[in-house]
Design a protein around this ligand. Sequence first.
Ligand SMILES: Nc1ncnc2c1ncn2[C@@H]1O[C@H](COP(=O)(O)OP(=O)(O)OP(=O)(O)O)[C@@H](O)[C@H]1O
Ligand SMILES: [Mg+2]
Length: 266
Amino acid sequence: MTAGIEVRGLTKRHPGARPDRPALQDIDLEIPHRRFVSLIGPSGCGKSTLLRILAGLEGHDTGSVSLLGESPRRASRRKAIGLVSQTPALLPWLTVRANVALPGKVNRRSGKEVDPPDELLRAVGLEDAADQYPHQLSGGMLQRVAVARAFALRPDVLLMDEPFSALDEFTREALQYQLLGLWQRRATTVVFVTHSVREAVVLSDEIVVMSARPGRVHEVLDVDLPRPRDKDIVKGPHMHDLEDRVRASLQRAWKAGAAPDDLVPL
Ligand SMILES: Nc1ncnc2c1ncn2[C@@H]1O[C@H](COP(=O)(O)OP(=O)(O)OP(=O)(O)O)[C@@H](O)[C@H]1O
Ligand SMILES: [Mg+2]
C-alpha cells in the first residue's frame, strides 16, 4: 500500500508549557493512503495540535512525520494538503464565492486542477449564499464554506478539525454523506477530528482514540462496516456494537489521562 501518513515517536511541547506536560507524547500513527481515519479524545488531548503539525503549520520536538513520503511543509507547499481548522478562517472582505475560489486563484501557476466554486458551494448546500460576506453567515454556514474551500484544490490529504460541530443533525448527516462521496471520488486520505462517536463510526475506516495529559494514542479501533455506508448499514446492530466499543475505549482513555485541573466540582 502507498505510504500515506507516518508519524513515529512524535513529541510536542508548546512554548511555555510545563516540561512534564507535553501536548503530545510518543505518538505513533500509520495511515495508508486513501484511508479515512478519525481522531477522538478528551478536550485538550492534542487533536488540533496533531492536525496542525500534519498540516505543516507547527513544528514538533522529537520524532518524525511524513505525508506521502515528504515532510508536512513540503507537502503543504505543493498544495497536497487541505485543512479545515476548528475555527473557520475566511477573508471578511471577500464574498463566499470569492473565498472558495481563492485557493485556485492563488495557485493558478501550480497547474493543479480546481473545482468551480459554485459547484463546491452547491455540494455544501450554500449556492444561495455565494454573494454574501462571512459576517452575514451563521457559524454552521461558515464551517460549510471552509469545507468547500478545502476541497477546491483537490488535496491528496484532507485534515478536518471538527468541521461539522456547529451544524444541526440533518445538515450534519447530509454533509457526512457528501464528504464520503467526495472522499471516494477523489482518492483522498482524510484525518477527521470529532467529539461525536457516531460520526466517527459512520465515516471512518479506523478510529484513533486519544488520552490526555500528555496526549497519547490510547487505542486504534477498526471500523469493519461495509461501504458505501448506506442508511441500512448505519442503522444496523453492528453499528451500535461499534459505537459501544468506541465509547468504552474513550472511557478507559479518560481514566488513563490525569484528571483535568480545570474540572473541579462546583
Ligand atoms: N499555541 C499554544 N500554546 C501553548 N499551549 C497550547 C497551544 N495550543 C494548544 N496548547 C495546549 O496543548 C494542549 C492540546 O491542545 P489542542 O488544542 O491540541 O487540544 P484538542 O484535543 O484539539 O482539544 P479540543 O477537543 O478542546 O479542541 C492543551 O493543553 C492546550 O492548552
Ligand atoms: Mg481542538
